[in-house]
Design a protein around this ligand. Structure first.
Ligand code: C2E
Ligand code: CMP
Ligand code: CA
Ligand code: CA
Length: 394
């Protein structure tokens, strides 16, 4: 069935019957339809739907047969919503939303059965069919609750990865990278919790925590690494656009006596899709003196139009390109192009994920001024970070 196909029906024409296999849903463009249950020779009307309403979606969502019958009341025109159009979106949805949807469908089918006079079956959905869906959703809610509790209990702290001047190999600054210090699972990285935080408002509390923690830790790092030392903080779109983000950032700087120029905000270009206000806030950050870096540059969402609009100071070359510098010609070409463009635009460059001396030498030769990576150091807790200065001096 092709996308945007329409179906026209005369009054009383059947659109589908109960227990038919659901192959598509419909959006009413014109006329009215009756949703009803077949009960022997009698009919139990459930609803009359009109222009703009959708029906026939339930069997596509839960994979069971049509839960009711449907026929046209007058001249009707329907827009067909194909199965993939619906199911692709459902698969992409949050598992908790999918669970809620399944629960609603179960209840609606249960109500229809009751109206039909069928003995109510308490659990009509085949348990094992939904088991994985439910397990995933339940696990996610459980993890979300543990994360929320962990934030309250101050279990989330930033580790710091040093950022080096690639010519002199001196530490210039660091990137704050969030870690969850758990009692049972040890130190847990962002791969486990960041998506869940970003999909919920938890990122707001966690993000504020990272900024406050980094600002509090700054003085000791600053004392070790000198006056130009900076700390880079990752900021997600939702956090950046939340009311009060900039006020909190300014207040934290004042409280811990940091100059805005000592803080760099790392944002991905995706932030530009959050609305027009983003640019206003970015400009305000810049005019206050905060440094702004585009993170993961060159991956997924790069748009040169955004690059031209955003008042940024730095570009971060993503780890994926650095990793492939010697194995994939295209990565080398892309890195060279990013460097060339950054120089022309007057932007400073930071390479991420430097793991080998060969990568370091090549990036140096290509004119990248700063970098970070496991060759130098992994992200480490504050105390260990401050000892890097002694090691460098030794
Ligand atoms: P990112 O901002 O791109 O951070 C760089 C990631 O690369 C970090 O992973 C870092 O540990 C890792 N990395 C650095 N050098 C190397 C290397 O040489 N080899 C390898 N294999 N990896 C290297 P991490 O700490 O797991 O963080 C993952 C992502 O989580 C970050 O990617 C960032 O997007 C997000 N994240 C971390 N902390 C925060 C935070 O406080 N706020 C927000 N919004 N996101 C955060
Ligand atoms: P589906 O089960 O695919 O086919 C029948 C459709 O009727 C169903 O999707 C819903 O769109 C709709 N439907 C089922 N039960 C009700 C109800 N109780 N009230 C309104 N609409 C319903
Ligand atoms: Ca980053
Ligand atoms: Ca990256």
């Amino acid at each position: 069935m092709s996308i945007n196909q329409t179906r026209r029906l005369k009054p009383n024409e059947i659109i589908f019957l109960e227990n038919d296999v659901g192959d598509c849903a419909y959006l009413i463009e014109r006329g009215q339809v009756l949703i009803y249950l077949e009960n022997g020779n009698a009919e139990i009307p459930l609803n009359i739907l009109a222009k703009g309403e959708v029906f026939g979606e339930m069997s596509l969502i839960d994979g069971s047969p049509r839960s009711a019958a449907c026929r046209a009341i007058d001249d009707v025109q329907l827009l067909i919503v194909t199965k993939p159009q619906l199911t692709d979106r459902i698969i992409a949805a949050d598992p908790v939303v999918r669970l809620l949807m399944q629960a609603l469908l179960e209840r609606l089918r249960f109500q229809n059965d009751r109206l039909r006079g069928k003995a109510p079956v308490l659990n009509i959905a085949p348990a094992d069919l939904l088991a994985t869906e439910k397990k995933e959703a339940v696990e996610r809610i459980g993890l979300e609750n543990r994360i929320a509790q962990g934030i309250d209990d101050h279990e989330f702290i930033p580790y710091y990865q040093p950022i080096y001047d690639l010519q002199t190999c001196e530490v210039r600054g660091c990137e704050a990278l969030l870690r969850w210090i758990t009692k049972d699972r040890g130190v847990v990285g962002p791969g486990v919790f960041m998506d869940i935080m970003e999909d919920s408002s938890l990122i707001l509390a966690a993000g504020q925590g990272v900024i406050e923690h980094s600002a509090a830790d700054f003085e000791s790092m600053h004392n070790q690494f000198g006056p130009d030392f900076f700390v880079s903080v990752n900021v997600s779109g939702r956090q950046f656009m939340s009311p009060g983000f900039l006020d909190h950032l300014k207040a934290t700087c004042e409280r811990f006596k940091l100059k805005p120029s000592q803080i760099k905000l790392e944002l991905t270009e995706r932030i530009m899709t959050e609305g027009k206000q983003v640019l206003v806030t970015l400009k305000e950050c810049r005019s206050l003196g905060f440094q702004l870096a585009i993170d993961d540059f060159g991956t997924g969402f790069s748009s040169l139009q955004y690059l031209a609009q955003m008042p940024i100071t730095h570009l971060k070359i993503d780890r994926a390109f650095v990793m492939n510098l010697f194995t994939d010609d295209k990565s080398l070409i892309i890195v060279k192009s990013i460097i060339h463009m950054a120089h022309l635009l007057g932007l400073k460059l930071i390479a991420e994920g430097i793991e080998t001396r060969e990568q370091l030498n090549l990036l140096r030769k290509l004119g990248v001024s700063q970098g970070q990576g496991f060759l130098f150091s992994k992200p480490v807790p504050l105390l260990e970070f401050n000892q890097l200065a002694h090691r460098a001096a030794a």
